[in-house]
Ligand binder design. Structure first.
Ligand SMILES: Nc1ncnc2c1ncn2[C@@H]1O[C@H](COP(=O)(O)OP(=O)(O)OP(=O)(O)O)[C@@H](O)[C@H]1O
Length: 297
């Protein structure tokens, strides 16, 4: 089966900046993929290359088996929701949905109406007069109701409050289950979306540093929680990525897999073993300062 996305040594340079540098990835059909990385890592540039909005300076990208640039066959099946989306000045929310209905063959108007209610979007207000969160909600509604076979969400929720973000995650997951498609989600709120992701791609300085199923990543470490002294005893000899204190309780995140014997020992010592935080793994892989850090919760 043709991969939804395939790139071969894809590169985009801006002068000396290698925004996307020799990227070779394959994204299979159907799945929710996290595209993660620090500011300026190259996420938006990569998505722009994949949606035909920019030209590579090296290598090639194919989407649904074809080049995306100026290719209506490909682009009619792709929806790109970005935080910085601009609309004509006079556009109201209603106009955006109308335009989306014309652009996307699988547009579900009834679903869009439901989402408008749930996100409380004032459709008759000009987009530029909407609050930041309401503008983001419009983008999220377009992305969900388009049912495009390939949908990119690039930091779609600037300004969305916690309730609206949760609503987005819930609707995304439920709708994906009923209408499987390929969804690429780029975000800084890594732990918020961690449970949605089936595959994780991390880009750093234009290069891919992680490209793995989320399940595999989660097995790369564990968080040990319990009375501080007992946790310290357990983690001695392990690489500790992060310590979080809450009163006398300590949560310590360790790298590497925990053997069945260690699990049994942790259990016997009254310690809890939780999966590693995806955010901590990503921060560590992308050279952040989270290595061995301490926080007081
Ligand atoms: N048009 C451009 N001209 C020059 N440099 C650019 C241009 N577009 C992007 N860059 C640079 O390319 C790099 C990657 O930018 P990009 O916007 O893809 O990062 P990002 O991962 O999406 O970042 P963020 O999370 O901050 O949105 C950055 O160093 C950025 O400054």
């Amino acid at each position: 089966m043709t991969a939804t996305i395939a790139t071969e040594r894809l590169s985009r340079r801006f002068g000396d900046v290698r925004a996307v540098d020799d990227v070779s990835i394959t994204v299979a059909e159907h799945g929710i993929v996290g595209l993660l990385g620090r500011n300026g890592a190259g996420k938006t540039t990569l998505m722009q290359l994949l949606t035909g909005q920019d030209f590579p300076t090296g290598g090639a990208a194919s989407v649904f088996g074809e080049r995306p640039l100026e290719n209506a066959r490909v682009l009619s099946r792709v929806c790109f929701v970005k935080e910085s989306q601009r609309y004509p000045d006079e556009f109201k929310g209603r106009h955006v949905l109308k335009a989306a209905r014309l652009c996307f063959p699988d547009w579900d108007a009834a679903f869009a109406d439901e989402l408008v209610e749930e996100f409380r979007v004032p459709l008759d207000r000009p987009i530029k007069k909407m609050s930041r969160g309401q503008q983001s909600a419009v983008g999220v509604i377009v992305g969900l109701a388009s049912r495009a076979p390939l949908t990119f969400f690039d930091e779609p929720y600037l300004g969305l409050d916690a309730v609206a973000r949760q609503l987005f995650y819930d609707r995304l997951l439920a709708d994906y289950a009923e209408h499987p498609r390929t969804i690429v989600l780029s975000t800084h709120l890594i732990d918020e979306v961690a449970n949605l992701l089936e595959h994780v791609i991390v880009i750093d300085d234009g290069r891919i540093v992680i490209d793995e199923p989320a399940e595999t990543l989660r097995e790369r470490g564990a968080t040990v929680v319990g009375p501080a002294a007992r946790v310290e005893e357990f983690v001695a000899g392990h690489e500790v990525l992060h310590r979080e204190h809450l009163g006398g309780t300590l949560g310590a995140t360790i790298a590497g897999t925990v053997s069945p014997e260690e699990r049994a020992a942790a259990h016997a010592a009254g310690l809890e073993l939780a999966p590693v935080s995806l955010q901590q793994l990503v921060v560590r892989t992308t050279g952040g300062t989270d290595r061995g850090t301490e926080t007081d919760a």
